[in-house]
Design a protein around this ligand. Structure first.
Ligand code: APR
Length: 246
């Protein structure tokens, strides 16, 4: 992480009134949540997340998919937000407008104190009716890990309230994220490979509107070519420095 890059990024943020941040799995990596494209760990190593996280995968084996999410819920509940989540939550009130958009479904931004984060891909701590009859609720801790429970209203299976591969994002959620990205004075992009759209299109929309894009990622990402500054560092290391008081 070069001091020059940090200084440049701090200078851009210091003069920004409206900041939009887009986070990906990398912002939760230092909490112990493996990123999506890391090899699946342990029991799940032999399964392809693209298959498990899909309506087809759920229809093919609802119990397997439900168990995978039960394990992920338990893991998320067992970890804590890290300094990156906390730095974003603490920085928000310092700006006229701070919009946090996340691709993560782990709820760690909210637990770190970020209010009203835009959860583009939903949240595994919420459960909904597979047949979309309207039933959605916060997942209680004691949700069983066996066969998925049945919807109390229509008896269809329940499923995690997340956006699966092949499913559309909520248009209203995406519209709010797009508007916040295009209207920002600076856009911070933290811990994402930039491989998955429409999320990866948000920094591109910002750049098209002349918004400087600041990337925090220890590795190269698909979005690097549009960045004003690329900070090669872990989020838990860089974000507290980016937002440290002068
Ligand atoms: N700090 C910052 N970035 C990190 C860290 C860290 N400590 N550790 C890893 N990274 C970076 C990796 O270099 C990688 O670029 O985080 C990124 C994680 O990329 P992905 O695993 O592709 O996760 P993400 O970009 O969030 O995936 C987007 O795709 O799999 C779907 O729906 C899923 O929301 C997910 C979406």
């Amino acid at each position: 992480m070069s001091a020059h890059d940090i200084a440049r990024a701090r200078q851009i943020l210091a003069s920004a009134k409206r900041v939009t941040a887009l986070t990906g799995a990398g912002v939760s990596a230092e909490s112990g949540i493996p990123t999506f494209r890391d090899a699946q760990t342990g029991l799940w190593a032999q399964f392809d997340p693209m298959r498990l996280a899909s309506p087809e995968g759920f229809r093919a084996d609802p119990t397997l998919v439900w168990r995978w999410y039960a394990a992920r819920r338990a893991r998320v509940r067992a970890v804590e937000p890290n300094p990156a989540h906390r730095a974003l939550a603490a920085a928000a009130p310092r700006f006229e407008q701070f919009t946090l958009i996340t691709q993560n479904v782990d709820g760690l931004h909210a637990r770190a104190g970020s209010r009203d984060a835009i959860e583009l891909h939903g949240n595994i701590l919420r459960t909904k009716c597979f047949d979309e009859c309207g039933v959605v609720f916060e997942s209680p801790e004691e949700l069983p890990a066996g066969e998925p429970p049945r919807c109390p209203r229509c008896r269809a299976y329940l499923r995690p309230d997340v956006v699966w591969f092949g499913e559309m994002l909520d248009p209203a959620v995406l519209d709010r994220a797009e508007r916040a990205s295009a209207a920002a004075d600076a856009m911070l992009v933290v811990g994402t490979s930039g491989l998955v759209y429409p999320a990866a299109g948000l920094p591109l929309a910002a750049r098209r509107n002349g918004v400087p894009v600041l990337i925090v990622n220890p590795d190269e990402s698909e979005l690097d070519p549009i960045a004003e500054v690329c900070i090669r560092a872990r989020a838990g290391e860089a974000l507290p420095r980016l937002f440290a008081a002068d």
